[in-house]
Design a protein around this ligand. Structure first.
Ligand code: EPZ
Length: 422
């Protein structure tokens, strides 16, 4: 297990490149299993979650080649001969549960482990299962596994409303329906860019999907899908994370390169209210911070609202704002494990139900803190960048799941982060 030693405070200067999206790449990988030939996906980030999902996919006999230095992934399902996704692998990464939809789509049958626990929760999959049952797929649970089967090669489909709207359930149901359901309508479907990109790839493969980008997806089965060459999106959550990093220190001046600003939804609107210099031009975002960051209260919502995956990072930023702000998470009601750790650095945060009140501006002082999940971990790294003195961030494996070359990118911009064995 590694840890980070971070010396602060350090302003960030220069250009930071944005990598491919983790949460968009994973469904594209699952979609590749539906093709009758090889698919090639460009701009795939070298992240632990991608390697884990490669292992899950290889388990089915599918050929996976990750040409890491080019961030290119080739997936050829022609030899797919097993419909099993084991607990040992699925428990490492929840999105492995997309194998349920991919294998139902591929063969009309699947044995997939239920996803394990998560650093915060509950993170149920009831909507995934109810959606497949509505579609006409037989679903049985036994000893932690989901057994899916179909009486015929095709199911009727029907209509299913997601309540609440769920990214994962939308993705899983689309994967299962495109080759199996005569007509399947998903209401209150997630509209995240990750879902839109998946639908675009499936359409390029030959799928029949209407309503892409809206909250109603209409899928009509096609008999076969072809492998494609497809490009992944830049990571919108990494982009938001680095925008926040660039706002933290008053003397920071940063350009984020290779972004897709239109995927940021409502985030730029909140970011603008901070009162710093901020300009979006094409795929670059320029940020010049200042000593008078304003407190900005936010409420997370499904896309295009303020992303829950930037909630923890925003809390870190609000510790440096002049005044009090309130951050409410309406997607996950208990995603606040970072709060006690931030307070150890000198922050003044108070959690009440699904909201955290941040009193700023509080000077932060280096300390040892513990990572608990991917986004909580990066909020601690950001805080350590502006804390006075040395911070130690333990269990950075959480970061390696979702941020490609994080310390390299930050050190190139002027941070002082050393990775060492814990
Ligand atoms: C995806 O998770 C992302 N993961 C999460 O990012 C992100 O936080 C989340 O969407 C919300 O945007 C990936 O894309 C791999 P949901 P997912 O199903 O699909 C409830 C990160 O940091 N729900 O949209 O699991 C659920 O409890 C990760 O990269 C049900 O009730 O999220 C939650 O309250 C963390 N029943 C809400 O829906 C279900 O069957 C949204 O969850 C499914 C979900």
């Amino acid at each position: 297990m590694d840890k980070f030693i971070i010396e602060g405070p350090a302003p960030l200067k220069g250009t930071v490149p944005i990598s491919g999206s983790k949460n968009a790449a994973l469904p594209l990988m699952a979609a590749s299993l539906l093709g009758d030939s090889k698919s090639t996906i460009h701009t795939v980030p070298r992240l632990k979650d991608i390697y884990t999902f490669n292992e899950v996919i290889k388990e089915t006999g599918t050929n996976v080649q990750f040409l890491e230095k080019d961030n290119r992934l080739e997936i050829n399902p022609v030899n797919l001969n097993s419909l099993f996704a084991p607990y040992e692998l699925v428990r490492k990464m929840r999105a492995s549960f997309y194998m349920l939809g991919a294998l139902i789509g591929h063969s009309g049958e699947a044995k997939v482990s239920l996803p394990g626990g998560c650093a915060w929760g509950p993170r149920p999959v009831d909507l995934h299962l109810k959606g497949f049952e509505t579609m006409g797929v037989n679903i049985r649970l036994d000893k932690g596994y989901v057994y899916a089967s179909m009486d015929n090669a095709t199911v009727e489909g029907g209509e299913f409303t997601l309540n609440p709207s769920s990214v994962g359930a939308t993705i899983n149901l689309v994967l299962g329906a495109v080759k199996r359901a005569k007509k399947f309508v998903i209401k209150n479907a997630a509209k995240e860019p990750d879902v839109v990109l998946l639908c675009k790839m499936l359409k390029q493969m030959g799928a029949d999907i209407e309503g892409i980008g809206t909250d109603t997806l209409i899928i009509q089965k096609v008999d076969s899908l072809q492998g494609v060459v497809f490009s992944n999106d830049p990571d919108r959550i990494e982009t938001g994370t680095f925008m926040i990093a660039a706002a933290l220190h008053p003397e920071s001046e940063v350009t984020l390169a290779g972004c897709k600003p239109e995927d940021l939804g409502a985030f730029p609107k909140s970011f603008k209210k901070l009162g710093l210099d901020f300009k979006i031009d094409d795929s670059n975002i320029h940020i010049k911070s200042n000593p008078d960051i304003r407190p900005v209260s936010v409420t997370t919502k499904i896309y295009p609202g303020f992303p829950t995956d930037l909630q923890a990072q925003w809390a870190t930023l609000m510790t440096q704002a002049h005044g009090t702000s309130v951050i409410t998470d309406t997607v996950y009601f208990d995603r606040f494990s970072y709060v006690p750790e931030l307070n150890r650095l000198g922050a003044n945060l108070k959690v009440e139900k699904n909201r955290v009140t941040v009193h700023g501006k509080t000077p932060l002082t280096g300390a040892s803190v513990m990572s608990t999940d991917l986004r909580a971990s990066v909020s601690l790294v950001l805080a350590a960048l502006v804390a006075e003195g040395t911070s130690e961030i333990l269990r950075v494996y959480h970061l390696d799941r979702g941020y490609e070359q994080l310390e390299k990118k930050l050190n190139r911009a002027g941070a002082s982060i050393t990775r060492m064995p814990q």
